[in-house]
Design a protein around this ligand. Structure first.
Ligand SMILES: NC(=O)c1ccc[n+]([C@@H]2O[C@H](COP(=O)([O-])OP(=O)(O)OC[C@H]3O[C@@H](n4cnc5c(N)ncnc54)[C@H](O)[C@@H]3O)[C@@H](O)[C@H]2O)c1
Length: 332
């Protein structure tokens, strides 16, 4: 199959492009490099373009005889979306309309979409299932919910086959060490803590909230290895191509690790100290977010294979510690 991977120069999209190529599919990356990296596109053709350009999307679909789309491209910083919602709705909702229109025009009827646990907000009952009420707390989360609803209605109207995959905390790096997580700015705990341990952050890592009702007072999150997410995309696409029902699925490991556990594990595996600054809780942060991913297991046989905290930290550390030192950064 020829797969158009929007956002394939980014973190999760590049790992999924690698997994597609490994399974004999041809990944065609469509990315504007706004947060992605050219060197992460290494598994098939690259189209540098923006999803605002509907004609370019249609041309890509036709010229590469695309059988299905995996749609990762989005703007994804929760805090930034609170301050400036407009670009979030434009990129994550309006540009999805362009993509769906172009797909309809070209007869491409299958899409796997990157959704997020941010659509649930801060539910009280754990674990979170797909029927947990949705109450996003940010324009980012709201944009993902709107995108899901658009897929739903297009599915009913025109038979678009879709899977929406609601990731919890994507983390880790490829097992072969070739790909990893690089966001600028980086807001995720594991890469930030590693950059701090390597002396590549100007400040300490902020630890938000030490008085939650959790075993060590810090927040618990469900970390899912990026290669497990990549495998889920392939499984979800096979599920749709087998004519199964369009639907939304949680993707998490079903285990909660606290911020302190994550930092301790990084210190143990790296042999370095992670400089930490304890801060008050951040508005909108839940104490605990843990997925029930049994629906994906039942529907398309997906089970995480690499999502122990050890494997996540080991693969991420190998990748981060091998990144070249940038100009002006301290040499290790
Ligand atoms: N990283 C996580 O923990 C996480 C959790 C839940 C959901 N998600 C979702 O997964 C997807 C991928 O996340 P990521 O961490 O790999 O992000 P990323 O920023 O690394 O990748 C996104 C890619 O999309 C590209 N892009 C953005 N807007 C575009 C546009 N208009 N046209 C073309 N390309 C565009 C960027 O250049 C980038 O390469 C996103 O939709 C994100 O919201 C991520």
């Amino acid at each position: 199959m020829n797969i158009l991977i929007t956002g394939g120069a980014g973190y999760i999209g590049s790992h999924t492009a690698a997994a597609c190529a490994k399974s004999g599919w041809r990944p065609v990356v469509f990315d504007n490099l706004s947060t992605g990296h050219r060197e992460a596109v290494a598994f098939g053709p690259f189209i540098e373009g923006d999803l605002a350009d509907r004609d370019l999307i249609a041309r890509a679909l036709r010229e590469h005889s695309i059988d299905a789309v995996m749609h990762f491209a989005a703007t994804s910083l929760v805090g930034e979306s609170m301050a400036a919602p407009g670009p979030y709705f434009r990129n994550n909702v309006a540009n999805l309309m362009n993509l769906i229109d172009a797909m309809r025009e070209c007869g491409t009827g299958t899409i796997v979409f990157s959704s997020s646990c941010a659509i649930y907000g801060t539910p009280e009952r754990m674990p979170i299932t797909e029927s947990t009420p949705q109450a996003p707390l940010s324009p980012y989360g709201e944009s993902k919910r709107m995108a899901e609803r658009m897929l739903h209605w297009h599915g009913l109207a025109s038979g678009l086959a879709w899977c929406s995959l609601r990731y919890f905390n994507a983390s880790g790096a490829s097992l072969d060490g070739g790909l990893g997580e690089r966001h600028e700015p980086e807001t995720h705990l594991i890469p930030r803590a590693m950059q701090a341990a390597l002396g590549r952050l100007p400040a300490k890592v902020d630890l938000f909230g030490t008085d939650y009702d959790t075993p060590d007072g810090t927040a618990l999150r469900d970390y899912i290895h990026v290669d497990d997410l990549a495998a889920a995309h392939l499984a979800a696409l096979r599920y749709l191509k087998a004519g199964r029902e369009s639907d939304a699925f949680n993707l998490g490991a079903g285990a909660g690790y606290s911020v302190r556990e994550v930092i301790e594990t990084i210190e143990r595996i790296s042999g370095r100290t992670v400089p930490v600054r304890e801060c008050p809780r951040r508005a909108g942060d839940a104490a605990v977010l843990i997925a029930d991913a049994s629906k994906a297991a039942a529907a398309f046989g997906w089970k995480p294979r690499y999502s122990t905290l050890e494997c996540i930290v080991e693969t991420a550390w190998r990748w981060h510690s091998e990144q070249p030192v940038g100009p002006g950064e301290p040499r290790q």
